[in-house]
Design a protein around this ligand. Sequence first.
Ligand code: FAD
Ligand code: SF4
Length: 485
Amino acid sequence: MRVVEKAARSYDAAIIGSGFASTFFLYRYLKHAPPNARVLVLERGKWHTHADQIEMGHPSEIHESTTWVDKGPKQNLRWKFTIGFGGGSNCWWGNAVRLHPSDFKLKTKYGVGLDWPIDYDDIEPYYCEAEEVMQLSGPRERMLWPRSRPFPQPPHTLPLADRLLKEAYPEHHFAAATARPSRDTATRPKCCSNGVCHLCPIDSKFSILNSFMEPYEDARVEILLTAEARAIDVQGGQARGVMFRRNGQEYEVSADLVVLGANALFNPVIMQRSGLDHPLLGRRLHGSYSEYGEALLDGVDNFQGSSIICGMNYAKYDGDFRREHPSVLLETWNRGALRAEHGKWRQVVPFTLKLEDLPQDRSHVRLAHPDDDLPEVLYDELSPYTAKAVNRALQFAEEILSPLPVEGLRWLPSPDTIGGPHIYGTTMMGTDPATSILDANQIHHQVRNLVVVGSGSFPAGSQSNPTLTICAVAMKAADKIGAPA
Ligand SMILES: Cc1cc2nc3c(=O)[nH]c(=O)nc-3n(C[C@H](O)[C@H](O)[C@H](O)COP(=O)(O)OP(=O)(O)OC[C@H]3O[C@@H](n4cnc5c(N)ncnc54)[C@H](O)[C@@H]3O)c2cc1C
Ligand code: SF4
């Protein structure tokens, strides 16, 4: 691995960030690049080993809340990520689900939201590849949508409540697809359901550091840490290189290809600083809506599962109802507060109910002034489509959990119902350059040697976690860029 202290003058490719999007792009890009290619990875954060992260109690010494300014009316949202080598792979929880084919075609199928410029089938092989890299554990039976390969690992053991839900919904309740392995992998022990996955104490969940250093071990790749990309040098419609800041000094490196993978909050801001303006740049910022609850059970002792989040219920995920209200995903947890009543301690199912949100132009991230360091984030509120479904959330949960002997259902207070770790829409893909920033391969419509990877490119996020799709779409982009014309 070549962690350098100084960049050379020029490279074939400069890759910004070392999170999921950049790393999976780099992995496929190297398969096409010539043996003498030179690639520079510019990473804003430091490299903290897993042991360092445990010691610090946080994956990075930079707290993400110090990297942006909240200008929204509520001013209490928490957009969450990790600044550091490996990005969000250090702190994620390892839920690694595919999107549903309908998620890509909301407008066409249900007349709401926006269509993606790609289909599920376009990225299905890449989903398989990402699942293999992460050694995902998942259900053996047929799921709602086609898969060309089985999950690399068998599913986790389901707790009793999930087994009952599976009996009631054979085609809509599944063991969670997860990067928390059900068996030891070559590099990680199996998950033992501690339930503190943002810093897994036994380093079980997939991270770039523990299982995917292959792209960085390639002799063609140099890594420059604590290098904050500030802007892309764009001249004559071509990206010429990257301007970056390191140790208080400004530098520039030239590159034939620039890949921007700094995440959905920072990618549009770096583009804005580069003069790449577009009416929708930084706009349409959205996430999903989550409520955390508990269903109190009568006579069913729970928590026998072998991982933290064990079940996923798709009974209200897809159907014509999406014309009226958002898709609903219910995740069941194998961890939570025990009940106080004697004899009923384990008679509870903790769950998350997630609703998809739709993009709105007025929510945005931007630099108020080009010289500002910190982006301003204005996330207004949920789309009316989602907002009107929020007061039905309890009803959705009651309906989905009705096959269980539920004696009471309650919501738990949470600061993270809106916003949170999934960030969408700020550099969206589309077919029309007037209404989108990137094409279907995440290549900038005008600057054809600039690729912008990550979930900012998702035209409409889903309530399904985004990261597997981020990886799949990034690999597709690398194949498009690298394959011979
Ligand atoms: C607590 C938590 C739990 C999560 N759990 C899940 C989950 O279970 N399932 C799921 O699908 N998703 C989950 N996520 C979301 C997931 O982490 C993100 O979707 C994913 O990390 C996004 O990948 P990315 O590569 O686009 O960005 P990131 O992973 O954020 O990577 C961006 C990289 O760019 C670097 N960077 C930033 N700015 C610059 C700059 N100016 N110059 C150079 N480098 C820069 C960062 O340091 C980082 O390395 C979770 C997130 C959090 C915070
Ligand atoms: S449940 Fe525990 S062992 Fe499993 S990934 Fe999370 S923290 Fe690690």
